[in-house]
Design a protein around this ligand. Structure first.
Ligand code: C5P
Length: 237
């Protein structure tokens, strides 16, 4: 597989066209942004860690029968994925109140929820990824009701698989964000699953092992990502 044109450059990744019309190569960068790009920094080695961590999660999900875009990890910074027509949504699952939800409702971070929450946001940087409900999403044509039903089912299944697996590594899955697209009409899980897109708390101490260390200037960002890679794979980065 050969990297050809750079198709898209995001905050943390680049997507390249390849000589196979069904496959892209995704390159993981060391850049980190937060608060919709207002805070920006480079975290040396983050791209390698996220590529490895996300590849690990996607392989786990594939084994459990979740339809994903993931083909294989190529090397430290690159993975091959199936081409997707993006569904312009950020799909968020919450098991414990934290982040924007805790703030919006004025509740303490760490407040348990009676059941997982599913939220949809319209993926649009200029607008700051605003909330969208199912009625708005189908009316505006961002996804059909059938696609939303598939997305919701896959998302809750991913939550079950990851929550259970992470519990065996003494990690609490607080919340996370997924993205989807279609390939030949089939809805597939896309993007990445990493400490950039999830909240991971040590189950014993509550220590944050994710991007909140960057967002909130808590320090030891790389160490936290390395710890996650170690707990998942046993690899010392
Ligand atoms: O900020 P908020 O509390 O809404 O984030 C919920 C979850 O979604 C967090 O795990 C966060 O890392 C993830 N997220 C993301 N990309 C965004 C917004 C949120 O990965 N643009």
């Amino acid at each position: 597989l050969e990297k050809l044109t750079l198709l898209y450059e995001g905050k943390a990744k680049q997507v390249y066209q390849t000589d196979n019309k069904d496959e892209y190569i995704v390159h993981y960068k060391d850049d980190a942004t937060a608060f919709n790009g207002e805070k920006h920094d480079t975290i040396l080695g983050k791209g390698v860690l996220n590529n490895k961590i996300s590849s690990f999660f996607f392989e786990l999900l594939k084994k459990e029968g979740v339809p994903t875009h993931f083909v294989r990890r190529e090397d430290d910074r690159n993975q091959t994925v199936l081409t997707l027509d993006i569904v312009p949504l950020e799909v968020i699952v919450r098991n414990i109140a934290a982040g924007s939800m805790a703030k919006r409702f004025g509740i303490e971070e760490g407040t348990p929820l009676k059941h997982p929450i599913l939220e949809f946001c319209y993926k649009n940087d200029e607008l700051g990824d605003p909330f969208a409900n199912e009625s708005q999403i189908t009316a505006l044509g961002w996804a059909t009701q059938e696609q939303l039903d598939v997305i919701s089912t896959i998302t809750l299944k991913v939550n079950d698989i990851l929550k259970k697996f992470l519990a065996t590594k003494n990690v609490t899955l607080v919340d996370f964000k997924l993205e989807f697209g279609t390939h030949n009409g089939e809805v597939l899980l896309g993007d990445e699953i990493s400490p950039d897109t999830c909240r991971f708390w040590d189950a014993t101490t509550g220590e944050k092992l994710d991007k909140d260390r960057f967002r909130r200037d808590l320090g030891n960002i790389e160490e936290a990502y390395k710890e996650m890679l170690f707990r998942l794979t046993g690899e010392r980065a």
